[in-house]
Every structure is written in C-alpha cells, then in structure tokens.
Design a protein around this ligand. Structure first.
Ligand SMILES: [Zn+2]
Length: 71
C-alpha cells in the first residue's frame, strides 16, 4: 500500500513542517522538498481521497480560501 505522506507524516506530526497558515480544517505548509523557491502545500486536516470526491462544499471552499490567502 502506498504511503499517505500527508496523513501519516504531516497530519500525524511525524514529519515536522513549517506552517504558513492554517484554519480549523485546512493546513498550508512549506513543501518539505520544494521544487520552486516558494512551494506551499495546502491540505485538508483529514484524509480525503481526491479533491474531486470531497462531499463537503464548505471544506472545498475553505481549502480554496486558504490557497488564495497563501498564494
Ligand atoms: Zn490521507
């Protein structure tokens, strides 16, 4: 089974990340192996299989609000 880095390492706190911004349900942090000078990752604070399968519109909105904020 492939490792779910976000849940197993980041959200669990096993891998420490530098937080940029967070809300109740969303976390934005600096990529641990950035490809660009500024590379921020934005993830929901619970496991989501895919952005396309999110049922909660509020969560989707919260994710994009955070992305807009940190971009
Ligand atoms: Zn996950």
């Amino acid at each position: 089974m492939s490792e779910d880095f976000y849940c197993e390492q980041v959200l669990s706190g096993k891998t420490e990340v530098e937080k940029v911004y967070e809300t109740e349900n969303v976390l934005a942090y600096y990529h641990t192996k950035p490809f660009y000078p500024v590379h921020i990752v934005t993830i929901p604070k619970k496991h989501i299989d895919s952005l396309l399968t999110i049922q909660e519109d509020n969560l989707l909105l919260e994710i994009f609000t955070v992305i807009k904020y940190v971009a």
